[in-house]
Ligand binder design. Structure first.
Ligand code: NAD
Ligand code: TYD
Length: 357
């Protein structure tokens, strides 16, 4: 792991991963390829911008030639592929970009790796790795009492986002099977933590609550997600890169499945305790049940025995402590929050998704 190309490193998990990797791998050079869409920001990497072991390149993963030039120029031996359109609600209102980025983008990157790694053969195969970061949403939705998903569970994606990620997983696997591309895939549950764009549930609720705005809960709020702190996810990916077996997939999850309403109420309780502003207490009075998401998955649950028994991974953050730390992070980064809130794109998204709900 000498020269690591991280795609989508200016987004939520990618930025956390770059911070993590620069510390965990003191000799590695990290090249961040990111298109800086609405979800990416160099603010997320401000503190590593001058690190001589970090290079930012603005570009699109759909451009195979450009990606190939980067692989060559930096003699990249490891690709960690995060870049994606990642928000289910956006995929419902506008699926095309998800097909472009998640499917064509992954295909384009695989082509670049195939040409540079497998055809030019300028690096030795056993030191190479294409790691694809995916989601538990490829498995669909669980009914009450159904067992958690394992790595053997058949894919049954329900949203355009999940279908585009499932498709990209299949492409990665096929490049391993057909061309011998050394790959690994991780399917992870819902992440939360620093730098998460406030369109996703947890940061949206924190910021709305601080402003005294309604806290939108879709449907009856009894949908269940498995929540994992982003640092635990980064640690798991790093472990898979170091010790995971090539050609394998690993499930990653937080071993906790509260209902969405419980998550929202917990954030309200945390803010009741720590917010200096008494105007909106109790914050739970701001909760508003709104029209459900079309095709809303009911329940997710990941069986993580494989990664724990093979690689010894387990999450370190509890949800209680992780949520408190996350609320504190948003409270202590007002400039980061203001910069996003001022963007027209963000205001436009809130109007599009919530105004007529
Ligand atoms: P994000 O939306 O916060 O960030 C995505 C990043 O990709 C942004 O920086 C964006 O600029 C970049 N990007 C988008 N299109 C690009 C393109 N064509 N070329 C180059 N860069 C591009 O996403 P995230 O939440 O950090 O998720 C990262 C990855 O992890 C995704 O693949 C997602 O499917 C997966 N994942 C996310 C979660 C979660 O809870 N957020 C859970 C499991 C898996
Ligand atoms: P989200 O953070 O968008 O992640 P995902 O859809 O990938 O799981 O949503 C998490 C859960 O919260 C999901 O069941 C939808 C729900 N949700 C709301 O109830 N209200 C909201 O405003 C948002 C954004 C999500």
């Amino acid at each position: 792991m000498n020269h690591v190309l991280v795609t989508g490193g200016a987004g939520f998990i990618g930025a956390n991963f770059i911070h993590y990797l620069l510390q965990a791998e003191p000799d590695a050079h990290v090249i961040n390829l990111d298109a800086l869409t609405y979800a990416g920001s160099l603010e997320n990497l401000k503190d590593v911008a001058d690190n001589p072991r970090y290079t930012f390149v603005q570009g699109d993963i759909c451009d195979t030639e450009f990606a190939g030039e980067l692989l060559k120029k930096y003699q990249v031996d490891t690709i960690v592929h995060f870049a994606a359109e990642s928000h289910v609600d956006r995929s419902i209102l506008g699926p095309r970009q998800f097909i472009e980025t998640n499917i064509i983008g992954t295909f384009s990157l695989l082509e670049a790796a195939r040409k540079f790694w497998l055809q030019e053969k300028s690096l030795s195969l056993e030191n190479l790795r294409f790691h694809h970061v995916s989601t538990d949403e490829v498995f669909g939705s669980l009914a009450p009492g159904e067992p958690a998903w394992t790595e053997e569970t058949s894919y049954a994606p329900n949203s355009p986002y999940a279908a585009s990620k499932a498709s990209s997983d299949h492409l990665v696997r096929s490049y391993g099977h057909t061309y011998g591309l050394p790959f690994t895939i991780t399917n992870c549950s819902n992440n939360y933590g620093p730098y998460q764009f406030p369109e996703k549930l947890i940061p949206l609720i924190i910021l709305n609550a601080l402003d005294g705005k309604p806290l939108p809960v879709y449907g009856d709020g009894q949908q269940i997600r498995d929540w994992l702190h982003v640092e635990d996810h980064c640690e798991a990916i790093h472990l898979v890169l170091k010790k995971g077996s090539t050609g394998s997939t690993y499930n990653i999850g937080g071993e906790n499945q509260p209902a969405n309403l419980t998550i929202v109420e917990t954030i309200c309780e945390i803010l009741d305790e720590i917010s200096a502003d008494p105007s909106y207490k109790p914050h739970k009075n701001l909760i508003e049940f709104v029209k459900d998401r079309p095709g809303h998955d009911r329940r997710y649950d990941m069986d993580t025995h494989k990664i724990s028994s093979e690689l010894g991974w387990r999450p370190h953050h509890t949800l209680t402590e992780g949520l408190l730390a996350t609320v504190n992070w948003y409270l202590s980064h007002p400039e980061w929050v203001t910069a996003i809130r001022q963007k027209q794109e963000y205001k436009g998204w809130l109007d599009a998704n919530y105004k007529s709900r």
